[in-house]
Write a protein that binds this ligand. Structure first.
Ligand code: AMP
Ligand code: MG
Length: 483
C-alpha cells in the first residue's frame, strides 16, 4: 500500500509531557468504508484512489497506522455546562500533523478510536449516526464559508456500541488546523505549570497567529486574536441559524474553527430560545445565547492566561476584565455588519438597526422560517405565507425597499444578499432521513445531501424540496450527543 501522500511533521508530540499520552488506536473487528471525501483528500495533497475500499477501511479505522504518524491522545479540561472537569481525548487519537502542498499543517484525528487514559467511564467508541452527522454538518458549515474542522472519512467497525440501544460502531477521520482548545489552556493552568503555559502560548501563536510572534505580551495578543476569531465565528453561526449545542470550553477552538459537532442543528422558524440538544435542559446553549456564552468561555480563557498577563496577579485580573469587556462592542459591530449584508444594506443609515429588530420581531411573531425569509427578500419566493400576509411585514418590506434605494448601486446590495443568505442548509428532517437510511445500509440519501450542501448559495429549481422546513409534525426535534 502506498503512503497516500501523507507528509507528517508531528509537533504536538514535542510539547511538555503532561500535554498528551502517546498510544495507538484500539484495533476494530471488521472495518468497512462508508464514505471517503476524495475532494477534501485532493485539496490536502492526498490520494486514496489507488487503494481498495478494504485498504482504506484499515487506514481510517486505525487498524493500519500510516507511516510517519505518531499517535497520541491530548489532555485538556473544560467547563461543561458551567462545571469544570478534567477531560482529554477519551475516544479520539491524533495520528499526526500532515503538511499539505501549500505548506499548511493539518491535524489528522480519528474519533471513536477506542479507550484512552482520558476515557473516564466511556467506552472510547462512537456510533455511525453521530459520526455521519458530524461529517455532513461540518462539510455544510465549510461550504457555507464558515471556518470549521472537516471530515475525511467514516468507517464502521463491525462492533456494536451500547447506548440507549445497540448501535453500529464507527470511526470518523477529522481534519483540523489544530485541536487546541480553550480547555487545553485550562488544563495547563490547572496544573500550575507556568513554563508549559508559556510554551503553549508560543505554540498556539506559531500555529495560528504567526503575526503575533513579536508581540510585547504574547498572552494578551493571543487572547485578543482568539476573541476576534470567535466573534467572527459565532456571528457566522447566527447568520446561517446554526446552533452548536454544546459550547463547552473544551469545544471552543483556539483557531476559530467550529469544532465538535454533537447535538448541533439549524433553526427553522425564528426563535432565539431554540434548543435541540436533549442534554441542554436549561437552554444554556440556545440559538440566542451563543453570543453571551462565547464571552463566558473567553473569560475562562483569560483566566487560564492570568500568570502571563502580568506578574502581579491583581493586575492580571484587571487586564483580563478590560479585555473581556471589549467583547460586547466588537460583537455588536460584527453582528450589525453581518445583518446589513443579509439585508443588502450598503451605506449606513440611522434606521438600519431598527429595521433589523423589527424584522426579527415579525419573524418571531409569525414563526417564519429564518433561511427562507431572507431568500424571499432576494427572489420573492417563500413556501410559507403567514409572514407575507402580516400587514406589519408588508409595511416593513416597503420601507426596506425604500431603504435599499439609498444604496448607490442596487446591484451591489443584491450581490451582498446572494453571498450571505444561503438557500440550502442541512434541514433537520433531511439529515435524520439520510442518517436513518444510512444506518439501514442505504447511503444514497446521505450522498445526495452531501451534494446539496456543496452549493448552498446557488438557486436550483430541482432541489426545492431541500429548502422546505420540517413539517409541523416534525417540529419537536431533538438531537442526541451520541456519546
Ligand atoms: P464531547 O461532548 O464529545 O465534547 O466530549 C466530552 C468529553 O467526553 C471528551 O473528553 C470526550 O473525549 C469524552 N467522551 C465522549 N464520549 C466518550 C466515549 N464514548 N468514551 C470515552 N470518552 C468519551
Ligand atoms: Mg468535545
Amino acid at each position: 500500500m502506498n503512503n497516500s501522500g501523507f507528509k507528517f511533521d508531528n509537533t504536538y508530540a514535542n510539547l511538555p509531557e503532561i500535554m498528551a499520552t502517546k498510544l495507538s488506536p484500539v484495533a476494530v473487528k471488521k472495518p468497512e468504508l462508508v464514505i471517503l471525501n476524495h475532494d477534501l483528500a485532493k485539496s490536502l495533497g492526498l490520494d486514496f484512489s489507488k487503494h481498495s475500499d478494504q485498504e482504506n477501511a484499515e487506514i481510517f479505522s486505525g487498524n493500519k497506522l500510516i507511516d510517519g504518524s505518531l499517535p497520541l491522545a491530548q489532555a485538556y479540561c473544560g467547563h461543561q455546562f458551567g462545571h469544570f472537569v478534567m477531560l482529554g481525548d477519551g475516544r479520539a487519537i491524533l495520528l499526526g500533523e500532515h503538511i499539505d502542498p501549500k505548506n499548511q499543517r493539518w491535524d489528522i484525528q480519528l474519533k471513536g478510536s477506542g479507550k484512552t487514559p482520558y476515557s473516564r467511564g466511556g467506552d472510547g467508541r462512537a456510533a455511525l449516526g453521530p459520526m455521519l452527522r458530524e461529517y455532513i454538518i461540518s462539510e455544510a458549515i465549510h461550504f457555507l464559508n464558515i471556518p470549521t474542522t472537516r471530515s475525511l472519512a467514516v468507517v464502521t467497525t463491525g462492533e456494536d456500541v451500547l447506548r440507549e440501544t445497540k448501535l453500529k460502531g464507527a470511526v470518523l477521520t477529522r481534519i483540523a488546523s489544530s485541536h487546541l482548545r480553550v480547555g487545553t489552556f485550562q488544563y495547563v493552568a490547572a496544573k500550575q505549570d507556568i513554563s508549559a503555559l508559556k510554551t503553549l502560548v508560543d505554540y498556539a501563536i506559531e500555529r495560528h497567529y504567526p503575526e503575533l510572534l513579536q508581540a510585547q505580551n504574547k498572552a494578551i495578543a493571543l487572547f485578543k486574536s482568539v476573541m476576534k476569531r470567535q466573534i467572527e465565528l459565532i456571528v457566522n453561526w447566527m447568520r446561517v441559524s446554526f446552533i452548536h449545542g454544546v459550547m463547552n470550553t473544551d469545544n471552543m477552538s483556539i483557531s476559530g474553527e467550529s469544532i465538535d459537532y454533537g447535538p448541533c442543528a439549524f433553526m427553522d422558524h425564528y426563535d432565539t430560545k431554540t434548543v435541540f440538544s436533549s442534554i441542554d435542559h436549561y437552554g444554556r446553549y440556545a440559538y440566542g445565547s451563543q453570543p453571551i456564552i462565547g464571552q463566558w468561555n473567553l473569560a475562562r480563557f483569560a483566566e487560564s492566561l492570568f500568570p502571563l498577563l502580568d506578574e502581579d496577579e491583581k493586575k492580571s485580573e484587571g487586564i483580563a476584565n478590560d479585555l473581556i469587556k471589549e467583547y460586547e462592542e466588537l460583537f455588536a459591530d460584527k453582528f450589525h455588519v453581518m445583518m446589513k449584508n443579509k439585508l443588502g444594506m450598503i451605506s449606513d443609515e440611522d434606521q438600519d438597526k431598527q429595521m433589523m429588530s423589527d424584522l426579527f420581531k415579525l419573524m418571531h411573531k409569525n414563526q417564519a422560517d429564518y433561511t427562507n425569509t431572507f431568500r424571499y427578500l432576494i427572489n420573492g419566493k417563500f413556501p410559507q405565507e403567514k409572514l407575507l400576509n402580516d400587514p406589519d411585514f408588508i409595511i416593513w418590506e416597503a420601507e426596506w425597499k425604500k431603504r435599499l434605494s439609498k444604496n448607490q448601486k442596487s446591484e451591489d446590495g443584491y450581490q451582498l444578499m446572494m453571498k450571505h443568505n444561503p438557500l440550502f442548509i442541512p434541514r433537520n428532517h433531511k439529515v435524520e432521513e439520510a442518517l436513518s437510511a444510512a444506518d439501514d445500509g442505504d447511503i444514497s440519501k446521505f450522498l445526495s445531501l452531501c451534494e446539496v450542501i456543496k452549493k448552498p448559495y446557488t438557486e436550483d429549481v430541482n432541489l426545492e424540496e431541500f429548502t422546505k422546513p420540517a413539517p409541523a409534525s416534525d417540529r419537536v426535534y431533538k438531537t442526541y450527543c451520541g456519546t
